[in-house]
Design a protein around this ligand. Structure first.
Ligand code: GLN
Length: 357
């Protein structure tokens, strides 16, 4: 027998050996969870973020917000995505570092600051409210319908009231406190985008009306004009998808920044903030979002959205084109995709996740 014949004879045996090895591996290895807390899953997370970006980048539906004129000048094609895990891993795709105005995504974080400062959950319930409105974010009708007037911290009325609750000697110090708190969450310096601030300050008559109505109802706790100015500056702070994801990941990680490990917020306040995000983060689309995705999240008319998967990660996306409720279409779709692929929804049974929560 020459060498070649020996090899050919070996082939069938070699094949059966492979099959036996394969079956043995199948039985011996534990089923791979879709996502776990180990670095081994970085590959999956990176893939999912890139897929979400690629899948939805072709969408051109919707339009930039234009009631704040400067927002209509932001290039509509921008699209960025960032995912940050509670163990500090960062995954991004597209325009994840483009600076846009935080707008209403700021609102839950100011409410978190108020909870932290007062260390008493009743403050938000009694002085602002926690009920969703089912109405647009700037609704004056909601103020007339709801006995709380300010309604909840995530609509304009409640957000303006929440700003007025931040303890500070004066306006400038109040804004600085908010900015510094956001900077600690985002782990970077943040600055007001002056053009956006000026543009909104020149056109925000309905927010001015809201601030004065709050005054009339005894539901604002500092000067209305000054509070409105702090609120407008807060909304004009520049962030990127990466920085929003970092802010969200700090909420996901019990108030500890996942990268520098600094404690920014007492963990006991976080479930309250996430509960309000769950019920009111998307204004009159909050029910729809909760039904589709099941994650607490917050949107803003700048095109940003951040979603929090407690104990696991945060996902942020940015794209300027909005739907009629003022929510970014591509950002919503991308986050929904990531959440589905990683089985993040809070209401999914644990067995579907294949992991501990
Ligand atoms: N600054 C904006 C406003 O008050 C925020 C609204 C939003 O992002 N939904 O109108």
């Amino acid at each position: 027998m020459d060498k070649r014949t020996i090899c050919l004879r070996c082939v069938p045996d070699f094949r059966s050996l492979l099959i036996v090895m394969h079956l043995t591996m199948l039985f011996l290895l534990p089923a791979q969870p879709a996502w776990s807390d180990s670095d081994g899953d970085s590959y999956v997370l990176r893939q999912v973020v890139q897929e979400a970006h690629a899948l939805f980048s072709g969408i051109t539906e919707g339009a930039n917000a234009d009631y704040i004129p400067e927002l209509s000048r932001v290039p509509s094609e921008l699209f960025g995505l960032a995912l940050i895990t509670v163990d500090g891993r960062v995954f991004t795709a597209g325009d994840a570092d483009y600076e846009f105005s935080i707008q209403s995504v700021s609102k839950p974080f100011t409410a978190a600051l108020v909870l932290q400062e007062f260390d008493n959950p009743a403050v938000i319930v009694e002085k602002v409210g926690v009920e969703p409105t089912g109405l647009p974010f700037n609704s004056i009708l909601a103020m007339e319908l709801h006995p709380a007037r300010s309604v909840n911290p995530l609509v304009n009325a409640g957000a303006i009231a929440t700003v007025s609750l931040v303890p500070a000697e004066n306006n400038a110090k109040r804004f600085l406190k908010i900015k510094q708190f956001f900077e600690a969450l985002a782990m970077r310096e943040l600055n007001v985008i002056t053009e956006v601030y000026r543009s909104e300050a020149a056109t925000n008559q309905s927010n001015r009306a809201i601030a004065h109505l709050l005054k009339k109802y005894g539901r604002i706790y500092a000067d209305p004009e000054e509070t409105l100015d702090v609120y407008t500056r807060q909304c004009a702070l520049g962030v990127s998808a990466r920085s929003l994801a970092m802010m969200g990941a700090t909420l996901a990680n019990d108030g500890i920044n996942p990268v520098n490990k600094q404690k920014i917020l007492e963990g006991r306040h976080i479930p309250r903030i996430l509960a309000i995000m769950q019920t009111a983060g998307f204004y009159d689309e909050s029910g729809q979002w909760s039904y589709n995705v099941g994650l607490p999240a917050k949107t803003g008319v700048g095109g940003g959205i951040v979603a929090v998967a407690p104990g696991r990660m945060a996902i942020a996306a940015f794209s300027p084109r909005l739907n009629r409720s003022g929510n970014s279409i591509r950002a919503m779709r991308a986050i929904e995709y990531v959440s589905r692929r990683l089985a993040l929804g809070l209401f999914q049974p644990l067995r579907e996740k294949g992991i501990r929560r």
